[in-house]
Design a protein around this ligand. Structure first.
Ligand SMILES: Cc1ncc(COP(=O)(O)O)cc1O
Length: 392
């Protein structure tokens, strides 16, 4: 029995996830690992299914934004290393130990307090990746003095294991490489300073998707592969360059719920009557709205695909429904409609939707609400369905 009762779904092609991992595998040095970034529930695609597919396809570890996301993966059976990329309060470090999740840290006091709490709880050691802020201006140490204070605090904390050191780039997806090269040189100077003390460094990593594409030689011990894992490029520039061939994994689909030929008044459509149909127009109502993450900004601006042709969104996007005008061919209630993805020769990419909304493809994917079930395909066949709303 289908575990959802509304004909609107996100389709995730696991073959595309596999292909994208393998494309990066070919592009980066053989000695460089792949850390699949599955935060924000796999950029909206489903962290567990994408993480498992990535690991089965050649990734060595996973990364998430917060410890809670890592625990969900552990409970679902993921045993591979998982790194929390964001800040974790020290009062959660014992939990991290219990679930064997590695954490990011960059304060000497944090190390001391974390170690004390682990000792108090007789907990197992926790792996720590030290974050260096080389220009992202978000998290991390910002000087060699800070770095050495953090490293020494970690080395004096028997229940903390130094597992990694990393930085994050702010402009790796842009054609002008000045800032990203400055960041990389700054990162290298931190690594040199540590090596000059005779220390052996743990896992070193700095490359997100963009840097992995543009500077595969900066892969070090592992890349942190996010948006590229999902078959999306970090920027229009990188999409145009296409140095790595990617396959978009996500489609958003629904079915026509109602259809009318506007043969007599009233001709207005949706709240605010912002669209007035012409006599004879064919208007379809679709069961998806802004509560699903199909933005209200697409009112009278977005398009969908019906019968392999574009159909403009007409009137305001409602919380749970939209209306579109079908200009090509006839349609029937129940016909499949593609909101994001391909139908026939046409495609509505997340990039197109992002441009329409004045945002980026990352946000368009992440804003897809869990009211929409995720349907997983392999070889074109449904292999699993996950619907957070119903827990099935
Ligand atoms: C620290 C960190 N590392 C890596 C990523 C993945 O970035 P992409 O999605 O652009 O690959 C995100 C992030 O916040």
């Amino acid at each position: 029995m289908k575990p959802y009762c509304r004909d609107t779904w996100v389709e995730v092609d696991l073959d595309a996830i596999r292909a994208n991992v393998q494309a990066f595998r070919r592009h980066i040095p053989a000695s460089t690992g792949i850390m699949a970034v599955v935060k924000a529930d796999g950029y909206g695609h489903g962290a567990f299914h994408v993480g498992r597919e990535a690991l089965d396809s050649g990734a060595n570890s996973l990364a998430v934004a917060m410890l809670d996301e890592a625990i969900v993966l552990r409970k679902a059976g993921i045993t591979a290393p998982i790194l929390v990329l964001g800040y974790t309060p020290t009062d959660s470090v014992v939990t991290a130990s219990r679930w064997e999740v590695e954490l990011t840290a960059y304060h000497a006091d944090w190390m001391t307090e974390a170690n004390r709490l682990l000792q108090e709880a007789s907990a197992k050691p926790v792996g720590i990746h030290i974050k260096v802020d080389t220009g992202m201006g978000r998290l991390g140490v910002r000087s060699k003095d800070e770095l050495f204070a953090v490293v020494e605090a970690l080395e004096n904390s028997p229940l903390l294991r130094w597992a990694g050191i990393f930085t994050h780039f702010a402009t790796a997806d842009e054609p002008d490489v000045t800032l990203v090269c400055e960041q990389h040189e700054r990162f290298q100077s931190y690594l040199r300073a540590l090596r000059e003390t005779g220390r052996r460094l743990p896992r070193v990593h700095c490359a997100n998707t963009a840097a992995s594409i543009a500077f595969p030689e900066w892969g070090y011990d592992t890349i942190r592969l996010g948006i590229g894992l999902y078959g999306l490029y970090p920027s229009a520039y990188m999409k145009q360059q296409a140095r790595v061939q990617l396959v978009p994994a996500l489609s958003l689909k629904t079915r026509i719920a109602h259809l009318k030929h506007m043969t007599e008044p009233p001709y207005t459509i949706s709240y605010g009557a912002t669209y007035t149909a012409q006599p004879g127009e064919q208007i379809a109502s679709l069961p998806i709205g802004y509560a699903d993450g199909f933005s209200r900004l697409l009112s009278n601006r977005g398009s969908v695909l019906v019968n392999g042709c574009r159909a403009p969104v007409v009137g305001r996007v409602c919380m749970d429904q939209i209306m579109v005008r079908i200009d090509h061919g006839t349609a029937r209630v129940g016909d499949e409609v593609v909101l994001y993805g391909r139908q026939g020769d046409e495609e509505i990419s997340l990039d197109e939707v992002a441009d329409c909304l004045g945002t980026i493809n990352y946000e368009v994917a992440c804003m897809l609400d869990h009211r929409i079930p995720r349907v997983y395909l392999r070889d074109g066949k449904v292999v699993d369905v996950y619907h957070l709303l119903t827990g099935q």
